[in-house]
Write a protein that binds this ligand. Structure first.
Ligand code: UDP
Ligand code: MG
Length: 311
């Protein structure tokens, strides 16, 4: 009985390049395994789902999970992992930026006994300077602020053994940040480097806004350091304003040049006010997270799927 491998592909408005992707993927899957190719349609507005269903007519290994709306890349991956039935699962993007030709290498590592094989992107010239810069900033910031260390450029292109998939199922947290969660889980890990290619069709679905919210949730999901930071900063400024108060009092008591001081008062009020807002914002971010987690809502809603067992 050959081992079964699940391939998971999150798709959001990818109809243009999907056929090309599918052909490339198929040509790189080693023959000795049995496959289940799961496309997760993350509430696409174009005809991505129709394209997937067409593929399915000629290829019984193709399956789909279709969400009721857009739940985001991370949740699409989570759905795929939850429903995969293989001995291992491989996830990759539908735009060929995660080269399918790397799959045999991932599987070799798996056969060697690694349970979590991650890939690391080496930046390609075609990737915009802006994307490179923001992605580097993202890794530096998350590493400095959170308690899990992420390797620079680690992508959501990886292979997970059944053991890791089962462990992952017990995670029900919303706004799940898979890269860090998988690292946190442990198991035998190894890294493969690759050169990122260009998107074959369509545009990146990660807008600046999505990237920012991704970074924020990545940091706050794994660390309370920003909260602690707000305490230090608050203490520092309380001490500074105390010193300033002593100085003002001394000027008032011992000299004759105690001016109305409108400027300095206004400036300190504004500054402390701004700082207050910043710190409230940090606390609010965590509070909001608690609020959302507390509702224990599902990470995604499946509108349609051909995978029988929901587990
Ligand atoms: N994606 C998704 N839901 C989203 C955004 C993206 O399922 O809300 C999918 C998308 O179809 C692609 C993968 O996630 O297969 C990565 O997205 P994209 O290529 O836009 O991100 P980038 O490579 O620019 O980081
Ligand atoms: Mg991409």
């Amino acid at each position: 009985m050959p081992k079964k491998v699940s391939v998971i592909i999150p798709c959001f408005n990818e109809s243009e390049g999907l056929l090309l992707f599918y052909k490339d993927l198929k040509s790189h899957l080693p023959e000795k395994y049995h496959y289940e190719v799961i496309f997760v349609n993350d509430g696409s507005a174009d005809n991505t789902l129709e394209v997937i269903k067409e593929l399915r007519q000629n290829d019984s290994s193709v399956h789909f999970i279709s969400f009721s709306r857009n739940f985001g890349h991370q949740n699409a991956l989570k759905a795929g992992f939850d429903m995969a039935s293989g001995n291992c699962a491989i996830c990759l993007d539908a735009d060929l930026q995660h080269p399918p030709k790397l799959i045999p290498q991932l599987m070799e590592k798996w056969e060697e006994g690694f349970e979590s094989v991650v890939t690391k992107r080496i930046d390609h010239d075609s990737i915009s300077g802006f994307k490179k810069l923001t992605s580097r900033m993202f890794y530096q910031l998350t590493n400095r602020l959170s308690d899990v260390k992420l390797e620079n450029g680690v992508a959501d292109f990886r292979l997970l053994d059944r053991k890791v998939l089962d462990a992952l199922k017990s995670f029900s947290e919303n706004q799940i940040f898979l890269r860090a969660v998988i690292q946190w889980l442990g198991f035998k890990q190894c890294i493969i480097s690759y050169k990122a290619g260009e998107r074959v069709a369509g545009d990146s679905k990660y807008t600046l806004k999505k990237m920012l919210s991704f970074a924020l949730s990545g940091i706050t999901a794994f660390s309370i350091k920003p909260l602690r930071f707000s305490i230090y900063l608050g203490l520092l400024f309380a001490a500074l304003s105390f010193l300033y108060g002593v100085y003002a009092l001394a000027v008032f008591l011992f000299t004759n040049n105690a001016l109305p001081g409108w400027t300095s008062i206004l400036m300190s009020v504004l500054f402390i006010g701004g700082l207050n807002l910043l710190m409230l914002g940090i606390i609010g971010e965590y509070l909001g997270k608690l609020f959302i987690e507390n509702k224990k809502r599902p990470n995604y809603i499946i509108a349609e799927t051909d995978l029988g067992t929901l587990n």
